[in-house]
Design a protein around this ligand. Structure first.
Ligand code: GAL
Length: 687
C-alpha cells in the first residue's frame, strides 16, 4: 500500500448516524449522549441520497450542514459517506435502464437499497455528481475524518450494460476471441464464440455454467465495482479534499470483491463484521475477520467500520448481544490492529427494514444495559488510547504463520459439478485459522505470489486455481527453508481452471513429491481411519509417493495402505500434504505437529487456557498484551507490565474473571507470561 499508515491520535468510536430519520429536536440529544459515551466519530450520509438530492440536480445540504456543525461543536469527527448504495426513486424512474437485472432476467425495482446496476452510465454519472457535490462542500471541513465511499460494494447485475462492460474487460484480459475460447475451453458443449457480441454474462441457463466463464464474471464484477470506487475517489481528490478514503468491506457471507486489489487503492482498509453465531465460535470469527483485514492492509492498522452493538442475528432470531461481549469483541478487533470500534448504528431506527437491529442507543433509550455498555467502551478506549500509535514500520502484529488467501479460490469452489459438494473454500480457510486461534498462535493471510520468506509456516487450504507466480512463490519459499502444508484440491488447475494433467495436485505435484491418481470423496457422514489414529472426513484420494514419505496411511476402505499424510524435503524446507479433511481432534493434533516442526510458538510461548485469548499488538514505544477471558472461569495472568485499565502492576499476577479483559503495556521486550486457571482464594471477579 502506498498510503501513509493509518495512525489516528485515538481509537475511533461511534457508528452510523442517520439523523435524517429523526426530527431535528433529537439531534442535540444525540450529540449530548455521544459526548456522554465519549463517541468521537459519526458516520453520516450512508443512505442519505434522497435527502441530499431530492430531485435530479437539486441539492439540499442545509440539514447536513447543521448536523456536521452540531457534531463538530460537540468535538465529534465525521466519517462522511457518499450515498451511492441507495439511489432514490426519482433516479429509477428517470433511468429505468440503471436498475439491476437478475441472472434470470428479472428486473429489480426500488423499494429497498442497492437497486442499481454498477455498469449503467446513468448510475455512474449520478454517483460521480453526488460525490463531487459532497466533496466540494465538505472536503475541507475541519470535522471531516475520512471519506466512506458507498457502502459494502457488492451489487451484482446481469443486464446489457453489464454485458458490454464484461466484453470490454474480457478483450483487455484475453486480447483475442481465440484466446478467450481457449481459456474458457469452449470446445466443450459447443460453446465456441464467433464474435464478441455473442459473449454474455453467465445468465440463467439450461444446465451447468461454464466454470471459467462464471469465475471470470466474478473477477470482472470486482474490477467493475472497483472502477465505481475509483471514479468517486477521483471526484473527491479533484475537489481538493485530502481526507483519507475508505470503503467498508463485508464479511463473511459476501465474497464479491477481490480484496487484495481493492486494499491497494484504499487509504484505510475497513470492514463490517457481524458475529455469525451466538455460540463461542463467534470469538474465533472476530479474530478471523480481523486477521484477514489487517493482512489486506499489508499488516498495517485498519478500521472496524461496523459491528452490531447489541444484537446477533443468527439461527433465525435476533439475540441480545451482551454488552460485555461487545466490549471483549471490540478489544479483540483492536488487539489485531483495528484503530477503533464503530457500529451499525448509533440509534435504533423507529421503523423500517432494520428497526429490530441492535444499536448503541436502543429503543429503550439511554437507560439501558446497551447504552451503559457503550459508555464503558468509550471510557475503555480512552484509557488505552496510547495503544493506537503504530510502530515505525507500521506492522502491528508479529505472526510466524501465514494462510494463503484469494477470492479466486472461493469463486472456483462455488461452481457446481465439482467432485464433492463438501468442497468449501472459506470453511477450509476458517478451519485452519480456528485451529491456530485455539492454540493462541498469531496468523497472517498472504496473497498468492507474495514473498513468503518472513514466515516459518505457510498453509494452503484447498486453493484450487494457482497461477505460475503463485507456484513459484511457494516453491521458492520451501527451497529457501520454509515449512509448507497443502490441503487436497489445491493447485489442481491453472488460473483458467484448466486441470493440470498427469496426476493431481498438478501444479504442486513436484513440490509436494506426490502424484494423486484419482479422488475418492467420502459421503457426508462417512469417515476413514488413518494409521496414526487420526480420522479423515469428506475427502480421500489415491496418493502415490514420488519423493515424499508417508506420515500416515489410510487404514481402511479401498485406499487402505496408501499414503494419506505426507512430507518431503525440498531444498532447505519441507512440504506437507494432507489428502483428507481431518476431523476436529485430528486436525488439532496435526496442526500441533506442524507448528512444532516449524518451531512456531503461541504468542505467550504456551497455549492459554481454553476460551482465553492472548494477542500482542505492537505499538510505537511498547508492545501491548490483550488478554480476553471468554471463558466462564477466573484466570490468573502474570507478567511484567502495567494494566492500563486497572492502573496496576501485573508482575505479581492479576485475576481476570469470567468475561474479563486486560490490556497491558509490557515492560521490556517480550516478557515471560503465565496464564492459568488456578482458582484463587478471595474475590474472583477482579479485572
Ligand atoms: C451492514 C450494512 C448496514 C446495516 C447492517 C445491519 O452490512 O452496512 O447498513 O444494514 O449491515 O446488520
Amino acid at each position: 500500500m502506498g498510503a501513509p499508515v493509518f495512525a489516528p491520535d485515538r481509537f475511533w468510536f461511534g457508528g452510523d448516524y442517520n439523523p435524517e430519520q429523526w426530527p431535528r429536536s433529537r439531534w442535540a440529544e444525540d450529540v449530548e449522549l455521544m459526548r456522554r459515551a465519549k463517541v468521537n466519530a459519526a458516520t453520516v450520509g450512508v443512505f442519505s441520497w434522497a435527502a441530499l438530492e431530492p430531485e435530479e440536480g437539486r441539492y439540499e445540504f442545509g440539514w447536513l450542514d447543521d448536523v456536521i456543525e452540531l457534531l463538530h461543536n460537540g468535538g465529534i469527527g465525521v466519517v462522511l459517506a457518499t450515498p451511492t448504495a441507495s439511489p432514490p426513486p426519482w433516479f429509477t424512474l428517470a433511468h429505468p435502464d440503471a436498475l439491476p437485472v437478475d441472472a434470470d432476467g428479472t428486473h429489480k425495482w426500488h423499494g429497498s437499497r442497492d437497486t442499481y446496476c454498477p455498469s449503467a452510465p446513468a448510475y455512474r454519472d449520478a454517483s460521480r455528481r453526488i460525490a463531487r457535490a459532497l466533496a466540494d462542500r465538505y472536503g475541507a471541513h475541519p470535522a471531516l475524518r475520512a471519506w466512506h465511499v458507498h457502502n459494502e460494494y457488492g451489487t451484482m447485475c446481469w443486464c446489457d450494460h453489464v454485458a458490454a462492460a464484461f466484453r470490454t474487460w474480457l478483450q483487455r484480459r484475453y486480447g483475442s476471441l481465440d484466446a478467450l475460447n481457449e481459456a474458457w475451453y469452449t470446445a466443450f458443449w459447443s460453446q465456441r464464440y464467433g464474435s464478441w457480441e455473442q459473449v454474455l454474462p453467465p445468465r440463467s441457463t439450461q444446465y451447468l455454467h461454464n466454470p471459467t466463464h462464471a469465475v471470470d464474471f466474478r473477477r470482472f464484477m470486482s474490477d467493475e465495482l472497483l472502477d465505481c470506487l475509483r471514479e468517486q475517489r477521483a471526484e473527491i481528490l479533484a475537489a481538493g479534499s485530502t481526507a483519507p478514503v475508505t470503503t467498508n468491506f463485508m464479511l463473511p457471507t459476501w465474497n464479491h470483491l477481490e480484496q487484495w486489489a481493492w486494499s491497494d487503492e484504499l487509504d484505510i482498509v475497513s470492514i463490517d463484521h457481524y458475529l455469525d453465531t451466538t455460540g463461542p465460535d463467534g470469538e474465533t470469527h472476530v479474530a478471523y475477520g480481523s486477521d484477514l483485514t489487517r493482512s489486506w492492509a499489508g499488516g498495517q492498522p485498519w478500521l472496524l467500520m461496523e459491528q452490531s452493538a447489541s444484537s446477533i442475528s443468527s439461527e433465525g432470531r435476533t439475540a441480545f448481544k451482551d454488552p460485555n461481549r461487545m466490549l471483549r469483541n471490540s478489544l479483540s478487533y483492536i488487539a489485531r490492529g483495528s484503530q477503533g470500534s464503530m457500529f451499525f448504528q448509533w440509534r435504533a431506527s423507529a421503523a423500517g427494514s432494520e428497526a429490530w437491529h441492535g444499536a448503541l442507543v436502543p429503543h429503550a433509550g439511554a437507560d439501558s444495559a446497551g447504552f451503559r455498555g457503550a459508555c464503558e467502551l468509550g471510557a475503555t478506549l480512552e484509557a488505552i488510547a496510547e495503544v493506537a500509535a503504530p510502530p515505525a514500520d507500521g506492522q502491528v502484529l508479529d505472526a510466524d504463520v501465514a494462510i494463503l488467501w484469494h477470492a479466486d479460490g472461493w469463486w472456483a469452489l462455488e461452481n457446481r459439478s465439482l467432485p464433492s459438494d463438501g468442497l468449501d473454500y472459506s470453511a477450509a480457510v476458517r478451519d485452519a485459522h480456528r485451529q491456530l486461534w485455539q492454540t493462541g498462535t498469531a496468523v497472517d493471510f498472504v496473497r498468492p505470489g507474495a514473498d513468503l520468506s518472513g514466515y516459518k509456516l505457510v498453509l494452503v487450504p484447498s486453493m484450487a486455481p494457482l497461477d505460475d507466480a503463485a507456484v513459484r512463490a511457494l516453491t521458492d519459499y520451501v527451497e529457501g527453508g520454509g515449512q509448507l502444508a497443502v490441503w487436497y484440491f489445491s493447485g489442481v488447475t491453472d488460473e483458467h481452471l484448466h486441470v493440470t494433467l498427469g496426476g493431481y495436485p498438478g501444479r504442486l505435484r513436484d513440490l509436494l513429491g506426490v502424484r494423486v491418481e484419482h479422488f475418492a470423496p467420502l459421503a457426508p457422514a462417512e469417515t476413514v481411519g488413518l494409521s496414526d489414529g487420526s480420522t479423515g472426513t469428506q475427502w480421500s484420494e489415491l496418493v502415490h509417493l514420488e519423493g515424499a514419505t508417508s506420515l500416515a496411511t489410510y487404514r481402511e476402505g479401498p485406499l487402505a495402505g496408501h499414503p494419506a499424510l505426507t512430507a518431503v524435503r525440498r531444498g532447505a524446507g519441507t512440504a506437507y500434504y494432507l489428502s483428507t479433511r481431518l476431523d476436529v481432534a485430528s486436525a488439532a493434533r496435526f496442526m500441533a505437529y506442524l507448528t512444532t516442526q516449524a518451531n512456531v510458538r503461541p504468542v505467550l510461548g504456551q497455549t492459554p487456557p481454553a476460551g482465553v485469548e492472548a494477542v500482542r499488538r505492537r505499538g510505537a514505544q511498547h508492545d501491548y498484551l490483550f488478554v480476553l477471558n471468554h471463558s466462564a472461569r477466573t484466570v490468573r495472568a502474570q507478567g511484567a507490565g502495567h494494566d492500563l485499565l486497572g492502573d496496576r502492576d501485573t508482575s505479581t499476577g492479576v485475576l481476570i474473571g469470567p468475561g474479563g479483559y486486560l490490556v497491558v503495556r509490557e515492560h521490556g521486550h517480550r516478557p515471560a507470561w503465565t496464564i492459568d486457571t488456578t482458582e484463587p482464594e478471595g474475590d474472583p471477579a477482579d479485572g
